[in-house]
Design a protein around this ligand. Structure first.
Ligand SMILES: NC(=O)c1ccc[n+]([C@@H]2O[C@H](COP(=O)([O-])OP(=O)(O)OC[C@H]3O[C@@H](n4cnc5c(N)ncnc54)[C@H](O)[C@@H]3O)[C@@H](O)[C@H]2O)c1
Ligand SMILES: O=C(O)[C@H](O)COP(=O)(O)O
Length: 388
């Protein structure tokens, strides 16, 4: 029986992928084999010795101590692209909210009083305060052309916007999916100097922290509208506040409210709603539950942010061994010597590495004695060993 600890609410459709005869799932459980989470901040969380896998039902993993997990030999899975459409739709909605002054207009209407005829009169008299502008022909810059950025760029293009994109690490797959009408910016500065709207879709890292800052805002086109549906910290909120005051920036729409900007009249702050649709929650939970299950049962690794992709079809042999080890010389030699000393014959074997980590998956001809786990654990470089 595998024990799964949920650190956030995970869609039931995802949890149903883990059969109850083999999985015990709870939000409080001792000695979990895996955790499933969304935005729970795991950095201060005490990692149980039994933990074998972490499944993030979403895209961003900055809430997870990924480096620490790697050192412990624990793969972290996420759900790439599974909530991208939800974010794309909210970004489009946010641009429409801002460019048509919908929030102040709504506030105005809610304050109206009188008979229907009087309200109608006030509507016609008041509407001139809320004249907006259309998105067609407006310029949008997209920083980060991954699962979300590509969808945002293509959708904005199809609404008639002129779109520029910046992503020095764009994948071939995403480049193929990007509309050929999207122009390539050569730098963040190049992009900011040309666009009226900018939206960021990058993970939070040292390289992306404050990717829009005071320096860059000085170069930006006047009256820039900034959208942040990525993460708190990617935009320098203090610099944006100052730039709004100086009329360099027209407005800021963020999914990550802070005290500084929460009540600012030219800031629209939402409660981290980007991925909060039924569809996205279900897609993410299903994807990550399937991946964690396949890892626990077969040692298949798909969509891990810190481990290599690995898969070896079951050949009828149920005697499988997974060794997670440091990616250093002589590991295969050490592992195979323990296996041959136990008089086991290797039927199939796969070894894959990524950065400092390697995984060795071995199917053998006989039942694996549990003592082999202890033998392997004593070998230099071995991080974790499992019989599956
Ligand atoms: N608001 C929400 O609810 C919500 C929902 C989903 C994702 N997100 C955030 O959005 C981020 C992106 O999600 P995604 O699914 O598109 O991820 P993704 O991995 O598919 O795309 C990220 C892209 O950013 C690019 N990138 C990295 N560093 C860059 C840099 N310095 N400059 C320009 N581009 C850079 C990468 O090359 C990649 O193409 C997530 O990491 C998460 O933080 C927020
Ligand atoms: O990175 C993500 O996928 C989003 O920020 C969604 O976070 P959530 O799952 O907590 O809504």
């Amino acid at each position: 029986m595998f024990k799964i600890l949920t650190l956030n609410n995970i869609s039931i459709l995802g949890l149903e992928r883990l059969p109850r005869d083999r999985y015990e799932i709870a939000s409080e459980i001792q000695h979990p084999d895996a955790v499933l989470l969304r935005s729970f901040k795991m950095h201060e969380w005490e990692i149980p010795g039994t933990l074998k896998a972490v499944g993030r039902a979403g895209a961003g993993v900055n809430n997870i101590p990924v480096d620490k997990m790697t050192k412990l030999g624990i793969p972290v899975f996420n759900a790439p692209g599974a909530n991208a459409n939800a974010v794309k739709e909210l970004v489009l909605g946010a641009m429409l909210l801002a460019s048509r002054n919908l929030l102040p207009a709504w506030d105005y209407v809610r304050g109206l009083q009188g008979t229907d005829a009087e309200i109608s009169k006030q509507v016609e008299a008041g509407k001139k305060q809320f004249v907006g502008s259309e998105l067609v022909n407006r310029t949008l810059g997209v920083i980060g052309l991954g699962a979300i950025g590509v969808k945002v760029a293509n959708a904005a293009q199809s609404l008639g916007m002129q779109v520029m994109g910046y992503d020095p690490h764009i994948t071939v797959k995403n480049a193929w999916q990007l509309s050929s009408q999207v122009k390539q910016a050569l730098s963040v500065e190049d992009l900011l100097s040309q666009v009226e709207f900018v939206t960021v879709h990058v993970p939070l890292s040292d390289a992306t922290r404050h990717i829009i800052n005071a320096e860059r805002l000085k170069i930006a086109r006047k009256e820039l509208m900034i959208l942040n549906f990525s993460r708190d910290g990617i935009i320098d909120d203090v610099a944006v506040g100052e730039a709004i005051k100086a009329n360099q920036v027209k407005g800021y729409i963020t999914d990550f409210p802070t005290n500084l900007l929460i009540k600012h009249e030219r800031v629209i702050a939402l409660p981290h709603l980007g991925a909060s649709t039924n569809e996205a929650e279900e897609n993410c939970a299903i994807m990550v539950a399937d991946q964690v299950r396949d890892y626990l049962e077969n040692a298949t690794i798909h969509n891990s942010v810190n481990f290599p992709e690995i898969e070896m079809p079951r050949s009828g042999s149920e005697n499988r061994l997974l060794v997670v080890n440091s990616n250093v010389p002589h590991m295969i030699e050490r592992i195979s010597s323990v296996i041959s000393n136990a008089a086991l014959n290797i039927n199939n074997m796969v070894n894959r590495s990524r950065g400092e980590i390697a995984c060795t998956l071995v199917d053998v001809d006989k039942v694996i004695p549990p003592s082999i786990v202890d033998d392997l654990r004593t070998k230099e470089g071995v991080l974790t060993v499992r019989i599956l």
